[in-house]
Ligand binder design. Structure first.
Ligand SMILES: Nc1ncnc2c1ncn2[C@@H]1O[C@H](COP(=O)(O)OP(=O)(O)OP(=O)(O)O)[C@@H](O)[C@H]1O
Length: 265
């Protein structure tokens, strides 16, 4: 179980997360959605004790991360791929993690099998592709067999087989009764994976609802997402190549129609 209560984090004048409250329940995959820069990674970092909140709390099983007796056994996370020493093999990297977390070394071979990296276990992890690095990160998250799992953009850089594998893995973890929070920009993927959604914009809660409820009026999840976040995208591109290329001599560059597509922010 994850509980976020009044969580707030500011970087200078930027409010990355603002008075955010939600719970993530066990036994379901909860998708964590929001436009770029809306505060998803910052929230996950605070849940994992990597950033300190300016106000509020992020609790795992009722406690802040720093107060967990055996953190790796309670919560595992893939926050960024490639958080290992490139000269170390996958196996050595995981053995070091296991030793630090009081986890038996035999567990390393199990998680390597789970993520499909057994055959490259002794290769330097620095030579891994992005997809392999994601798998190694997931192996690290699973190492302590924790009941709570966080994945920040886990399908980034994965091929279709990898995407499907992660989807099945997350569903399987939830079916075992674990708490699974996963952020993604891929709405279509979330439609296939998540049971529940927490949607944020500019650090604030926009929706905390089931996928079924959000799409009950017949809208696709993508439409529902755009409707929710239309006022809170921080970064927006322009409408097309003519707007993006100021040197292009297209007449529409200066037409009112072209400028009307431009973001005001
Ligand atoms: N270490 C930091 N220093 C300064 N500003 C930061 C820092 N980390 C995050 N921010 C700012 O906080 C805001 C939220 O960022 P965050 O990375 O949490 O968003 P996100 O929803 O994960 O974005 P994305 O979907 O693009 O990964 C952004 O405005 C970002 O620039």
């Amino acid at each position: 179980m994850i509980s976020v209560r009044g969580l707030t984090k500011r970087y200078g004048s930027t409010a990355a997360v603002e008075d955010l409250s939600f719970d993530v329940a066990p036994g379901a995959v909860t998708g964590f959605l929001g436009p770029n820069g809306s505060g998803k990674s910052t929230t996950m970092r605070m849940i994992m004790g990597l950033d300190a909140p300016d106000a509020g709390q992020a609790l795992v099983n009722g406690r802040p991360y720093a107060e967990l007796a055996w953190p790796l056994r309670e919560v595992g996370a893939l926050l960024e791929a490639r958080t290992y020493h490139p000269g170390r093999s996958a196996s050595r990297h995981l053995r070091a993690l296991a030793a630090g977390g009081g986890i038996p070394g035999a567990r390393v071979d199990e998680v390597l099998r789970t993520v499909g990296l057994s055959e490259v276990a002794h290769r330097r992890a620095g030579t891994f592709s992005l997809g392999m690095a994601q798998r190694l990160g997931i192996a690290g998250a699973l190492l302590g067999d924790p009941g709570v799992l966080l994945f920040d953009e886990p399908v980034n850089g994965l091929d279709p087989e990898g995407v499907r594998w992660i989807r099945d893995l997350m569903k399987g973890l939830a079916a075992e009764g674990r708490t699974v929070l996963v952020s993604s920009h891929l709405i279509s993927e979330m439609a296939l994976t998540a049971d529940h959604l927490v949607v944020i914009g500019q650090g604030r809660l926009l929706a905390d609802t089931s996928v079924a409820e959000l799409t009950a009026d017949g809208a696709s999840l993508e439409e529902a997402f755009f409707r929710l976040t239309s006022g809170s995208a921080t970064y927006r591109g322009t409408a097309g190549p003519s707007a993006a290329a100021p040197h292009a001599a297209a007449p529409s560059d200066t037409s009112p129609t072209a400028t009307s597509h431009r973001s005001t922010r």
